[in-house]
Design a protein around this ligand. Structure first.
Ligand SMILES: Cc1cc2nc3c(=O)[nH]c(=O)nc-3n(C[C@H](O)[C@H](O)[C@H](O)COP(=O)(O)O)c2cc1C
Length: 304
């Protein structure tokens, strides 16, 4: 009932662990797959080890999460055995996420990570909280988005997901450009903002980086609109990410056009078994409303 696929990769259910939430350790990705995720995504992996920002790096409130992790990761060399472990032991397909400072580095990472043979590679071209160091995300510039996509695709035989930023005037236009450049799937969206939260007792920003990318329930309408607009302008599948906490959120995202849904901050709200919970809730909705498979839901909001 819940089976779906992303450019030929079969998923038992449409829930996908979003990048950055459970790190890059093989064991934690396997644990997420045991907890019902239809696919799992590694934290974004770069060329070199990065410590990231000092704490506090993440806050969660009733309405939103905000983080400035700063792309901490152990670098490609140490990450590869973890990805291999995850692929060998995970019940669900593993998506390897990569990020880089330069177009050429994306090519190197694409080639290297392909040696582990993940089901899909995700190019994170949209992290908003390293802007001071990295400059504007590639996803906010159509030419840069095209060049990175071409470089990643050129260096692998594995299908490539490109993860887009909501912080643009027309996300559908960028999606079309990356489709033309060879992307097999779009993931929309990365965190929004950046935003700022102030501790009113100390009068200081709560995050050490001051600002952070906003996630969770507050960004769901932005993500749903992004997916809805992208669905109208591309033919490749979409992973809808942003504020999916419940089964009904997931159904909404799929009706907008997503073939699968990314879940990140939902893990903080509902625990590691959020994937199973969301899947069960989708099933309850489908039974009650008379749907028998996900194809009937995907893009349904466009057919009324
Ligand atoms: C703590 C944290 C770390 C993240 N790290 C990454 C990352 O390394 N790479 C990436 O592409 N997205 C990263 N993201 C963005 C998420 O994958 C996701 O796109 C975003 O949080 C929106 O989904 P959500 O509302 O379900 O959290 C991170 C998000 C959070 C909350």
């Amino acid at each position: 009932m819940l089976k779906t696929s992303i450019c030929g990769v079969k998923l038992e259910n449409p829930t996908v662990l979003a990048s950055g939430i459970m790190g890059v350790s093989g064991a934690s990705l396997v644990n997420v797959s045991k907890n019902g995720a239809g696919a799992v995504t590694t934290k974004s992996i770069g060329l070199e080890e990065r410590k990231g920002h000092p704490g506090p790096i993440m806050i969660t409130t009733k309405h939103y999460g905000m983080n400035a992790v700063g792309l901490s990761n152990q670098g490609i060399k140490l990450s590869m055995p973890e990805v291999v472990y995850a692929i060998k032991n995970s019940r669900s397909p593993v998506i390897a996420s990569i990020f880089a400072r330069k177009v050429s580095e994306f090519g190197v990472l694409s080639k290297e990570i392909s040696k582990t043979n993940p089901a899909l590679i995700e190019a994170n071209i949209s992290c908003p909280n390293v802007e001071a160091e990295f400059g504007k995300p590639f996803a906010t510039d159509p030419d840069a988005a095209r060049d990175v996509t071409k470089e990643v695709v050129k260096n692998t035989k594995i299908p490539v997901i490109v993860k887009l930023s909501p912080n643009v005037a027309n996300i559908a236009k960028i999606a079309k450009i990356v489709q033309k450049a060879g992307a097999s799937t779009i993931n929309a969206i990365n965190t929004a903002g950046p935003g700022l939260a102030i501790d009113i007792r100390t009068k200081l920003p709560i995050l050490s980086n001051k600002t952070g990318g906003i996630s969770g329930p507050a960004i769901k309408p932005i993500a749903v609109k992004a997916v809805y607009d992208i669905y109208d302008s591309v033919k490749i599948p979409i992973i809808g990410t942003g504020g999916v906490i419940s089964g009904e959120d997931a159904v909404e995202m799929m009706m907008a056009g997503a073939s699968a849904v990314g879940i990140g901050t939902g893990v903080y709200y509902r625990g590691i078994d959020v994937f199973k919970k969301v899947s069960d809730e989708i099933k309850v909705f489908m039974k009650k409303e008379g749907y028998s498979n996900l194809k009937e839901l995907i893009g349904a909001a466009h057919n009324v």
